[in-house]
Design a protein around this ligand. Structure first.
Ligand code: ARG
Ligand code: ZN
Ligand code: CA
Length: 254
């Protein structure tokens, strides 16, 4: 795509207790994070260790709350649904009105983001491009969403949504999803081969899979570090997301 790709977003707040009915301010704070992280204007970008700074990418992708509903009527881009379900899981129930959630808006034209209570320490999950239309989008735990309101440390900088949208735009985990092995690949050329996920915030360098002296790119959004530890996409990840937006997900930015 030429210039900037701007993706319309609909946020579906699905709440059981009143606390989970997050504020517009919390939603706006998440959009702000996305627009910084995907443009590499996040103020913590200086956390990238010097040997890796040449890999930092501006993906030229931006996000905005939808201004029209699927029927073309003016709409704020946020839906609010009360549910009797105390929590949701990885099973997509939140994505259907019939199972206590709310149906997606047309997934070819909107990035659907469901925000709800999730059980089992799940921060969020995403559907990769090419999956079933009716469940396409990302699901985020309300307390891992945005930077204010119910957002709770160490997942209170909005990075769960950045990470999940990375998957939605076809990025794999940086360690290659092979447990702690050295044979899995994220199919991205400029990320170092990495053993397993990094949790918390490691000290630099964290070497695995003979990737010394600089080690793992644990500051990447597609690792599993705490929110304050993940601050960048790479050039080749950016290229991979662009390829997705130019093909499978092209209608989103048409
Ligand atoms: N567990 C989730 C996933 O695999 C998200 C992890 C997000 N990490 C974070 N620091 N916010 O997609
Ligand atoms: Zn992930
Ligand atoms: Ca690996």
């Amino acid at each position: 795509f030429a210039g900037i790709a701007r993706i319309p977003v609909v946020v579906h707040v699905v709440w059981n207790t009143a606390t989970q009915n997050i504020s517009q301010t919390q939603i706006d704070s998440q959009l702000d994070v996305l627009n910084r992280d995907f443009r590499a204007t996040n103020t913590d970008i200086g956390f990238v260790p010097a040997p890796f700074t040449g890999l930092v990418a501006d993906s030229r992708i931006e996000f905005y709350l939808a201004t029209e509903d699927p029927g073309g009527n003016p709409h704020p881009g946020v839906t609010r649904t009360q549910t009797t379900r105390a929590g949701f899981s990885h099973d997509d129930a939140v994505k259907r009105t019939s199972t206590g959630g709310i149906d997606a808006w047309p997934t070819d034209r909107y990035l659907n983001v469901w925000v709800c209570q999730l059980s089992g320490n799940l921060l969020g999950y995403a559907q990769f491009p090419g999956g079933p239309a009716d469940t396409d989008g990302v699901v985020i735990l309300h307390s891992g969403f945005g930077t204010t309101g119910t957002a709770a440390a160490p997942f209170d900088l909005g990075r769960t949504t950045t990470h999940e949208i990375g998957h939605y735009l076809n990025l794999f985990h940086i360690w290659g999803d092979d447990g702690s092995g050295c044979s899995g690949s994220d199919e991205v050329a400029d990320t170092p081969n990495q053993g397993g996920p990094n949790l918390g915030v490691p000290a630099f360098p964290h070497v695995s899979c003979s990737n010394g002296p600089n080690g793992d790119l644990f500051v990447n959004y597609m690792d599993y570090t705490d929110d304050r530890g993940m601050v960048m996409f790479t050039n080749d990840q950016s290229t991979r997301m662009a390829a997705c937006l130019e093909t499978v997900r092209a209608p989103l930015i048409a």
